[in-house]
Write a new protein. Structure first.
Length: 330
């Protein structure tokens, strides 16, 4: 871009007036397009010519024509104005939460279901926001929030951190994961007392201590003396289910995840009512809310409200090829 674009004395208003005048080559018509008085247009042109030190228009009583300098300016001025309009639109879009970047982390157990629905809704409703996705544990997501590595994250509540805002979006049932040849695989519904004494495959407590304890309590009760030791720890759901399939014990995962995670040798069984549940929450750094984050929170609230009004789905969650499922139907 030539030097005039950065001339301290030149204003965008003068450039806009010049472009319109160069297109019309008529002062009255140009002034009407701009919505200003003709003397004001003439004054802006004179100031622009004075700031550049060149004559831009030749004019007499019969005609107005561009000088070579004016023709060169017209070509460049249109690019400057287009860039200025684009920058202004970007600023307004960012202020409204319709432009910019939003760094969002999922958790390993919240890549689909409600979390996945919120992500897809947000992308559809706010395509101008660059949504950067990654996956981590609730604890790692909390660290990333505190260190300003991300803007928002899905987590399993409770998340006990004074520097982080958390809003719970809902709760989903936990299902029991059992080997296909286990006696519990023949049950249509499992009661908490049925799992007492069974070896437990679970994820490491350090991944998210508070949710870890809450989920255990949902199944075994609040008395920690009734909690079983963890026979085998695995870092994420697929490894947990594979460990169950190998005969290492039983486990529990979220209903939504169970609908997409199929591992030969393991089946899922719902609990009898009242079912144990696990929470789904959105978290962000306290005091660091942006317009784009506000739009995401609105989408999340809408999606959560929609889900809350839908009747629960009580269907078998084992693979159709599972012998245990076939036996349970007889």
């Amino acid at each position: 871009m030539i030097g005039f674009a950065y001339h301290a004395a030149m204003e965008l208003r003068q450039l806009r007036s010049f472009v319109v005048l160069a297109e019309e080559l008529h002062f009255r018509r140009a002034a009407e397009r701009l919505g200003i008085a003709q003397p004001s247009l003439s004054q802006q042109l004179r100031r622009l010519e004075a700031s550049l030190g060149v004559r831009l228009l030749e004019r007499d009583r019969r005609r107005v024509a561009l000088t070579p300098a004016g023709a060169a300016l017209l070509e460049e001025a249109r690019g400057v104005l287009t860039a200025a309009d684009r920058a202004a639109d970007a600023a307004r879009g960012a202020a409204a939460g319709e432009r910019g970047r939003l760094r969002l982390n999922l958790t390993r157990s919240l890549t689909g279901g409600l979390a996945g629905e919120i992500v897809e809704r947000f992308r559809a409703q706010h395509p101008g926001v660059d949504l950067e996705l990654d996956v981590g544990t609730s604890t790692l997501n909390a660290v990333a929030l505190r260190e300003d590595m991300i803007d928002v994250a899905f987590v399993r509540p409770p998340l006990l951190d004074d520097g982080i805002e958390v809003v719970e979006l809902g709760r989903e049932p936990m299902v029991c994961v059992v080997p296909t040849r286990h006696p519990l695989a023949r049950r249509r519904a499992i009661r908490p007392e049925d799992v007492i004494g069974q070896p437990l495959v679970w994820w490491p407590e350090g991944h998210a201590p508070a949710p870890w304890r809450q989920m255990i309590a949902e199944v075994y009760g609040e008395d920690e003396d009734d909690w079983p030791p963890v026979a085998r720890a695995e870092p994420e759901e697929e490894r947990i289910v594979r460990a169950v399939a190998s005969g290492s014990g039983i486990s529990f995962i979220g209903l939504e995840r169970s609908r997409s995670l199929r591992v030969p040798g393991a089946v899922y069984r719902r609990f009898a009512a009242p079912e144990p549940t696990m929470g789904i929450a959105l978290a962000w750094r306290r005091g660091a809310e942006t317009p784009a984050l506000q739009r995401l929170r609105e989408v999340a609230a809408e999606a959560a409200a929609t889900r809350a009004t839908q009747p629960p789905r009580r269907r078998a969650t084992a693979p159709r090829s599972s012998p245990a499922l076939a036996r349970s139907r007889r």
